[in-house]
Write a new protein. Structure first.
Ligand SMILES: [Zn+2]
Length: 308
């Protein structure tokens, strides 16, 4: 299959089982790509070794297959791509775009106050941006290893989200390498999307605050920028993002209640306005009915009573 500007991906972190919200996002990403006749790739985001749980990657992939979602090419794992990330970090550094930051999270939280989409506590106030040689030396001597941050110059990034429309946000000096030496999520995603030839990133609406940072990084690295579609989430009855604590929310939970994956998929299709009550559609039917413009804008609230 040829590279297309609609090539898409699903990129789970193997930290736990996928729940109905994650799986519905995977179905949507698959539908966006497949309805355009494009490739669909899987990338396992396993850089944060402390959170990866054994067996979860296998379980996640088998859940995707159980729903009928197939993918092209081998599964790519971020843990096997460190050289690519280090090369990108070195390129930014060579252009003078990075600086070491010695701040603790608590220090950043105490100093931050900017009212933006990213919680103020997560925005970096620039404390280490212009340290003197003596200040650097003092911090090095204190023994705390620095993270590396990118100089964003307070860039204002605007983009047109395919689903949510125009989005604009100022970008802070964010971390590209954590102080334990791990490449940051933002950097790895940008490097991978470009290396894998992703044309359209389809992911949950909760990630839209990361997008301006990723667009800025792609520009600084001279990489192609994918298009974006941030799709509605599934929420629990309490209005918060669906999670394990909300009940029987994984495929294996549903199977234990006697519900086959087809039935779960039928619920997803119904919640997206693609099927009526009691209608069980094949994936080909779903592709035929899928119109990105007609997807609901609002999140779906899941509760055990309305269960699939
Ligand atoms: Zn700092």
């Amino acid at each position: 299959m040829n590279v297309s500007d609609s090539d898409g991906r699903f990129a789970p972190s193997p930290t736990g089982l996928l729940h109905l919200g994650n799986l519905r996002t995977a179905l949507l990403a698959w539908l966006f790509a497949r309805s355009a006749g494009a490739r669909f790739l899987i990338r396992v985001e396993d850089l944060d070794r402390s959170r990866v749980r054994p067996g979860m990657e296998k379980a996640q992939l088998s859940d995707l297959l159980a729903l009928g979602l197939d993918w092209d090419g081998p599964v790519v794992r971020q843990s096997g791509r460190m050289e690519l990330y280090e090369e990108a970090i070195a390129r930014l550094d060579a252009e003078g775009l990075l600086y070491p930051c010695y701040c603790t999270r608590a220090e950043i939280r105490a100093a931050a106050s900017a009212p933006h989409g990213i919680p103020a506590s997560d925005r970096y106030p620039g404390t280490c941006r212009e340290l003197t040689v003596a200040q650097h030396a003092a911090r090095e001597a204190a023994g705390r290893p620095p993270a590396l941050r990118v100089r964003s110059d307070d860039a204002l990034i605007t983009f047109e989200d395919r689903h949510l429309g125009r989005f604009e946000e100022g970008v802070d000096d964010f971390v590209v390498r954590r102080n334990d030496g791990t490449p940051a999520y933002q950097l790895a995603v940008v490097v991978d999307d470009a290396a894998q030839g992703i044309g359209e990133v389809v992911r949950g609406a909760d990630l839209i605050d990361s997008t301006p940072r990723q667009i800025l990084l792609a520009r600084l690295l001279g990489l192609p920028e994918p298009r974006y579609a941030h799709v509605p989430l599934v929420l629990g009855p309490d209005g918060r993002r669906l999670a394990k604590r909300h009940g029987a929310v994984t495929l294996s939970d549903r199977a234990a209640l006697g519900e086959e994956p087809e039935k779960v998929r039928a619920w997803m299709a119904r919640s997206l306005g693609l099927a009526g009550i009691g209608e069980t559609l094949s994936l080909d039917d779903l592709i035929a009915r899928f119109e990105p413009e007609r997807l609901p804008r609002e999140p779906t609230v899941w509760s055990p009573e309305t269960a699939v």
